[in-house]
Write a protein that binds this ligand. Sequence first.
Ligand code: G6P
Ligand code: MG
Length: 207
Amino acid sequence: KVKGAIFDLDGVIVDTAKYHFLAWKWLADQWGFEFTETDNERLKGVSRIRSLEIVLEIGGIDISEEEKLQKAEQKNEKYLQYIHQMDRSEVLPGAEEYLLQLRRRGVRIALGSASKNAVFILEKVGLAELFDAVIDGTKVSKAKPDPEVFIAGCEALGLEPGECVVFEDAEAGVEAAIAAGIYVVGIGNPDILVAANRVVSGLNELV
Ligand code: G6P
Ligand code: MG
């Protein structure tokens, strides 16, 4: 029986993937190369600095480590401008209902996200109180597909991996959950999330 559920944030609970995309695209525009939605798939679930490195690789651009930190900071400032405007309407269909349903069934709930903006976003959309634990980019050092974030999620809930289920929209996240030994439900395209134990189009399919 499932006792704990660990949710990724971006693309599972809230529709922030589009804002990450717009902010990276804004940087790419400054460098003068095209950054597409297909390119953006590679950044899902990936940490901010690693995402920047992938963007630079796509543009064939080489900059110093110091400049990388500056650019990552600029991207985040742009992203923050977008997420400052967020409200409940950007919670994905079924997400709140499903969280409430799990809580009623006594399932403990954790967030397992690479984002350093996770708490801000959860508060902004009014879902923070539904989580028993939050493991985010400020708490882990190894990015998905490393299992660290999900192992920490199980520990924070006081549960074993075999008692939990992960919900993930990113390939790197699905891999991370599998590496942690946790059953994983992919959210999105079954052709992309082939490694998941099950794939649904959104949490609305589960309520
Ligand atoms: C999530 C998103 C990624 C993002 C990462 C870091 O995993 O899917 O696209 O790069 O979080 O987010 P942050 O808000 O810390 O830049
Ligand atoms: Mg995600």
